[in-house]
Design a protein around this ligand. Structure first.
Ligand SMILES: C[S@@+](CC[C@H](N)C(=O)[O-])C[C@H]1O[C@@H](n2cnc3c(N)ncnc32)[C@H](O)[C@@H]1O
Length: 233
């Protein structure tokens, strides 16, 4: 497999929080905020109380899985990543009912049609574009019929996002995915329906708190700092 510089995040697994904190100042929020908001967004489309089986693909140190447990108390939670040290860190967090498995970069360690939901956050921009189709085929393979795929990515149309990515140590190999590219990739991947929503239009500093709720009204506008696509198999 062709490997990009940070396909292996072992070098950042232990100090992921510190590396992040240095670059997130401008946004007015911390890493936990960014992890939680994505799970909250996902929970708007899912039945929070049902016993879903849910995978965090490229889970890193498991920060999102912590929030999956909070928002989906009955879910069976899995995480996988090519970075073995990150898998170790994630396992050490001891989130109840969660299992973390290393990924060899080719075959996802899950049976055919075994998962209801695959979630991924800020991973695809670290993977060579020529590998995206094969990876999507793997994700489709492990999703049950009608299973949902949530992909969260940075929005390259947003100048603040581009600045944060430029300055982040572990993003120096990142090639951002335009939302149009992500949509085409998912159509090619044979997902039957999909919806793109943009997020994080305003900084999270106190000054803007009063306006944050209104962001939900403009999630169609391709200017937010990040976006996600919900696709159904
Ligand atoms: C920027 S971090 C994001 C971590 C986590 N998803 C989050 O949102 O906090 C990127 C993660 O993608 C993982 N990664 C990079 N290449 C990968 C690949 N080919 N397959 C799976 N994970 C990969 C890295 O090891 C790292 O944990």
């Amino acid at each position: 497999m062709e490997s990009r510089k940070h396909d292996n995040f072992d070098q950042f697994a232990r100090d992921y929080d510190e590396v992040h904190a240095e670059t997130l100042d401008i946004s007015g929020a911390n890493r936990d905020y960014f992890s939680e908001y994505k799970i909250e967004e996902m929970s708007r489309h899912e039945d929070r109380s049902s016993s879903l089986s849910m995978l965090d693909f490229g889970c890193g140190d498991g920060n999102s899985v912590k929030y999956m447990r909070e928002y989906f108390p009955n879910a069976e939670l899995f995480g996988t990543d090519v970075s073995e040290l990150s898998i170790k860190e994630a396992t050490e967090k001891k989130v109840s009912g969660s299992i973390f498995k290393p990924y060899d970069g080719t075959t996802l360690p899950f049976d055919n049609e075994s998962l209801d939901v695959v979630f991924t956050s800020m991973v695809f921009h670290h993977i060579s574009f020529d590998r995206h189709d094969d990876l999507l085929a793997e994700i489709t393979r492990i999703l049950k019929p009608n299973g949902r795929f949530y992909i969260f990515e940075h929005n390259p149309l947003n100048p603040v996002t581009r600045k944060i990515v430029r300055e982040c140590a572990f993003d120096d190999d990142a090639i951002l995915l335009p939302h149009t590219y992500t949509n085409k990739m998912l159509i090619k991947g044979a997902f039957s329906s999909q919806r793109t929503l943009f997020t994080l239009f305003l900084p999270r500093h106190k000054l803007f708190r009063w306006a944050l709720k209104s962001e939900r009204l403009i999630q169609w506008l391709p200017l937010g700092a990040q976006y996600y696509v919900r696709a159904v198999k």
